[in-house]
Write a protein that binds this ligand. Sequence first.
Ligand SMILES: [Zn+2]
Length: 205
Amino acid sequence: MPESPKIIFIEDATNPKQSILKLKSALVKFPLSEEDKDVISAMKKMLFELGGTGLAAPQINVHKNITAIYIPEITASIRENAKEYPLHVLINAEYEPIEEDGKNSDFEACYSVKTVAGEVPRYNSIKVRYQTEEGEEISKIETGFYARVLQHEIDHLNGLLIIDRFTSDCLHGSFEEMMEARRQSLTVEKRVLLDKWLEEKKKKA
Ligand SMILES: [Zn+2]
């Protein structure tokens, strides 16, 4: 891992197909190495400073199946079927869709995709398996916004980005265009929260 890790963008890749963002991540062995522990603490610090919601190791140029998720109160209040989640790390994560529960589309952006955001269809329910930082094996069914975030992050570990998930019936465009479309789709109360969230994002940028 570089001294001060930075987020990499797919648009900056000389050959996007060869970018670390497009590769399947390597599994992590337990007990964790000092290097893996350093990656985990760097990712946690970074995601907390960004204000959530998810970060996968390939996004900081590390070829490992490690992801961090943090859903702060404001994000949970803007989204449908969402609840707050403290900052936590998932290792060797994978999911299987529960197809019979169907899909829904909602807005997503990605720290590694600068030029485009938009609606992404995701499964309503998934069965997720991962290990905690302590190596405990977890297997459970997740739904709602948290299941969406898991699908976005686990996609990163399999070399897939939102640009690979857009469909012709889903709205997509620049981040600014999509934020405006998202604002319009929200209730007045949620719109106020979205504006507050965008203000906070601007301050961090
Ligand atoms: Zn992403």
